[in-house]
Design a protein around this ligand. Structure first.
Ligand SMILES: [Fe+2]
Length: 197
């Protein structure tokens, strides 16, 4: 059986605890988190990465400093900081906006799944980063999804209103729903997971 790196395991443990602590017992947030972590009990193939970055990554450390002052996400921000030097951040070439700076203003860091630290096909987990005042365009995917926000930021589903979960807040996206994100005056950093089908 593959052995998971202690840094990744520590991050996963804190992520699970943090989300379950802030979610209601019967919520979709809790259900998706439990489903994801039940699958993660069995480690997949470990695929160490050399860290890569783009200009948006200059925002990571400052927003983690802020998150570490917020009690509900202090441990998660600390565990993510420890894991972050292993993450290969990159811009998503398949996401298009009218903003010519968009490729330099966002980055995705895969944690679990293709391009991540644990290559497996049954589920995906990663981090999304937006520089201040950046719009991340509409997208959709068959798996449902849970985000936990480590910063302020706005989320939208279909043509609905923008919502602000706040630091430590959660977002649930049902399967295939169209959704988008938008940062305000500060950068947006959030961890997301797509559970097994
Ligand atoms: Fe998504």
């Amino acid at each position: 059986m593959a052995e998971r790196s202690p840094t990744l395991q520590a991050f996963l443990d804190v992520l699970e605890t943090t989300i379950l602590d802030v979610s209601d017992a019967g919520s979709d947030h809790a259900r998706v988190t439990k489903k994801t972590f039940a699958a993660l009990t069995e480690p997949g193939p470990q695929t160490p990465r050399l860290r890569t970055e783009n200009p948006a990554c200059t925002h990571i450390q400052p927003v983690l400093d802020t998150a570490r002052n917020v009690r509900s996400v202090k441990a998660l921000a600390t565990a993510f900081r420890a894991l972050e030097p292993e993450i290969a951040w990159s811009a998503r070439a398949d996401r298009k906006t009218g903003d010519p700076n968009f490729p330099n203003a966002h980055a995705t860091g895969m944690i679990i799944g293709d391009g991540g630290l644990e290559a497996r096909q049954d589920l995906r987990m990663g981090a999304s980063l937006l520089a201040p005042n950046t719009f991340y365009p509409n997208h959709q995917h068959p798996p449902e999804e849970v985000y936990i926000a480590l910063t302020p930021g706005h989320w939208r589903q279909e043509a609905g209103p923008w919502r602000e979960p706040g630091i430590g807040g959660l977002v649930y996206n049902p399967p295939n729903i169209i959704h988008a994100m938008q940062s305000g005056a500060s950068a947006l950093l959030a961890i997301w997971m797509l559970p097994p089908g």
